[in-house]
Design a protein around this ligand. Structure first.
Ligand code: HEC
Length: 166
């Protein structure tokens, strides 16, 4: 008999521990539809991966330009434009100023201290890459070359200000 009461008592205690959580979840304190939290190291991995794929495609564009390979230029420029326009700046939330993804982040503190400027630099990259994809759809190699130089300038401008390079 006393065993039975002990169990009921335990259940009630367990429930009263959970109660604040139940109230919190049903009170709207955790907004419905909020994106699930991404762990900081995951955001850092994603952005480092994105930049590696970006570097792969800029290397493809350079090689295709020197061979005059129009089809490869189209594929690599479209891929680059998609990545540049994918919302890269969202992979730099404030809790990722320090930490390790595939490696220690090389983002400078300015990314987080001057987030508006960083977003502007990333939009510039997105715009120039979209133009590159458009120009690469045509047969004018000199125009593609000139537009690719503009894209490369946006990489360098952003790295100079926002990335630690050694
Ligand atoms: C809006 C700013 C910005 C632009 C534009 C930009 N980058 Fe970066 N890039 C960064 C930052 C910041 C990092 C550091 C990411 C980290 O380690 O967390 C980085 C990292 C990298 C890395 C290293 C990734 C790794 O494995 O750690 C490569 C490679 C790279 N960028 C290439 C490029 C190329 C090529 C372009 C242009 C075609 C470009 N980036 C455009 C800001 C930018």
């Amino acid at each position: 008999m006393s065993k039975y009461f002990a169990r009921v008592h335990f259940r009630n205690r367990a429930f009263s521990c959970l109660l604040p959580l139940v109230v919190l979840l049903s009170s709207g304190a955790v907004p419905a539809g909020a994106p699930p939290a991404v762990r900081p190291e995951v955001s850092i991995k994603w952005r480092q991966s994105a930049f590696q794929v970006i570097a792969w495609n800029t290397a493809r564009i350079k090689a295709a330009l020197s061979r005059g390979d129009l089809q490869e230029l189209r594929i690599a420029s479209t891929t680059l434009a998609a990545l540049a326009n994918s919302g890269l700046a969202n992979l730099f939330p404030p809790n990722t100023a320090h930490g390790k993804g595939w490696r220690e982040t090389t983002a400078r503190s300015e990314v987080f201290g001057d987030a508006e400027q960083f977003r502007a630099a990333s939009e510039e990259f997105a715009r120039e890459s979209a133009t590159l994809a458009k120009v690469a759809g045509g047969p004018d190699l000199a125009a593609v070359d000139a537009q690719f130089a503009k894209v490369a300038k946006t990489c360098k401008a952003c790295h100079d200000k926002f990335r630690q390079t050694d």
